[in-house]
Design a protein around this ligand. Structure first.
Ligand SMILES: *[C@@H]1O[C@H](CO)[C@@H](O)[C@H](O)[C@H]1NC(C)=O
Ligand SMILES: *[C@@H]1O[C@H](CO)[C@@H](O)[C@H](O)[C@H]1NC(C)=O
Length: 430
């Protein structure tokens, strides 16, 4: 989840250069307005951070590196990035062309066939999956502006959405993709009993959990709700032994585009799985957590998340609005004595025993794919990508992608991936 970064969390710039460690691409997607200027007194340079694809730690060595970055940034690029967000699809070049293991596109036609949604294989087992997401909305009053709501409407295809309708549309498209890619699965929506949405779809269950779902506390509440849900599933588990149901906890701004049942079959030994990327400060993304539906799996995952919650509450409360869960996850993993953080630098799955649980680490490139924002390099889309995450302002693209997939005669997931690959770096009005 990358819904933005509260400005109050940005460290005081007096601690430069360590302050820069906290500033990473993607963090500012919901705060496009101000350019963050980091002034290095040593050389009096002003670097508009949004224009640079800084990696965490990239400037930790001091002002020399900042100078280099400054020279590489150019004014035109800054202006481009700072321009108004787009209210329609904008296609750029497809990254990764010419690389043999990356999706190749000709216009919006994929040259590689990647996924076959209609020929579902049941991974040789009778196991099922429940996708679990937290979702709560309250009334419509908070979304209605005094000066009329028309300025707040966003149009996609022939439909206009208010802010509330956009959230519902994202949730619906989340469900649509699951039902296409993994038709035998269920969807569970964890929600505040007071939440006012109603979702009536096949295979969707609403699971109310008492809590504090305000925007400020949402990430904290999300872990609490996951734990409460696992507790309930653990109790229920003792009553049914006939088949196994696994759980995948995700943000709702993701599209599942492959059969994720394979995950539990191909990696038979994990209790819970997390997604990682090569990012020093935030190597773990909390937007995808898989839990094996055995008694042990559920119990160990619950204990692990309780540990994360404890670290969150004791160390990262100031970050409770957005990033606290990811920081706490990383803390729990990295504080394990035998853990080697170098493993995050290679995009290969690995298994590690942490706090009594077998934790599978999966590369974001496949299980939580999202293009970097801004001008930085990236190497396209792996052919076996399974989950696409429409972080921040890319949520328009999620709806556009579904419309494209749903309307094109061939209904080809690969072609849709070309659309996402070419458009994923555009800033949208969502
Ligand atoms: C993907 O398609 C391109 C263009 O047709 C082809 O050269 C490449 O070998 C394909 N990649 C794979 C892994 O099949
Ligand atoms: C929008 O409406 C027009 C006119 O009714 C129709 O031709 C077009 O196909 C519609 N587009 C979408 C994306 O539904």
């Amino acid at each position: 989840m990358d819904p933005g970064f509260p400005l109050s969390l940005i460290p005081k710039l007096t601690s430069f250069p360590s302050a820069l460690l906290f500033i990473q691409p993607g963090l500012f997607s919901k705060h496009p307005g101000p350019i963050i200027v980091v002034a290095a007194s040593a050389a009096s340079i002003h670097v508009p951070v949004r224009s640079l694809n800084l990696q965490a730690g990239a400037v930790a060595q001091g002002p020399t590196k900042v100078l280099t970055l400054h020279q590489n940034s150019n004014v035109k690029e800054i202006q481009k990035l700072h321009a108004k967000k787009f209210d329609h699809l904008v296609l750029g070049p497809a990254a990764g062309q010419g690389l043999h293991d990356r999706l190749q596109c000709q216009g919006l036609k994929a040259l590689n066939k990647t996924h076959f949604p209609t020929s579902y294989h049941v991974s040789n087992s009778r196991d099922t999956i429940s996708f679990v997401t937290v979702f709560a909305i309250y009334g419509t009053s908070q979304y209605t502006h005094v000066d009329g709501r028309s300025s707040d409407l966003v149009t996609i295809g022939n439909t206009s959405y208010s802010k509330l309708e956009r959230s519902m549309a994202i949730l619906n498209v989340f469900i649509n993709f699951i039902q296409v890619s993994i038709p035998q699965s269920n969807i569970v929506i964890l929600t505040d009993p007071a939440s006012e949405h109603s979702v009536r779809r096949n295979s969707v269950t609403i699971f109310p959990i008492q809590g504090e779902y305000s925007r400020d506390k949402l990430m904290l509440q999300r872990i609490r709700s996951y734990i409460a849900f696992l507790e309930a599933m653990f109790k229920e588990h003792s009553q049914r032994q006939d088949h196994i149901n696994h759980y995948i906890f995700t943000d709702s701004d993701v599209a599942m585009i492959d059969d994720l049942g394979q995950l539990f079959y191909n990696y038979p030994n994990f209790d819970l799985a997390l997604t990682f990327r090569n990012n020093k400060e935030q190597p773990l993304n909390s937007g995808f957590i898989a839990v094996r539906g055995t008694r042990d799996g559920i119990r160990r995952a619950k204990v692990f998340l309780q540990e994360v919650l404890e670290v969150y509450s004791s160390k990262y409360m100031k970050a409770s609005r957005m990033l606290g869960d990811q920081l706490a996850l990383a803390w729990v993993v990295k504080s394990h004595p035998s853990f080697d953080a170098k493993r995050f630098t290679r995009p290969q799955a690995f298994l590690e025993e942490i706090r009594g649980a077998s934790v599978l680490f999966l590369p974001c490139a496949i299980y939580n794919w999202t293009p970097p924002e801004g001008a930085g390099q990236f190497h396209g889309m792996p052919l076996d990508v399974k989950v696409v995450h429409f972080k921040g302002s890319r949520k328009r693209l999620m709806l556009e992608s579904w419309n494209f997939f749903n309307s094109s005669a061939s209904s080809d997931i690969s072609d849709m991936l070309c659309l996402i690959l070419k458009s994923g770096r555009t800033k949208y009005d969502f």
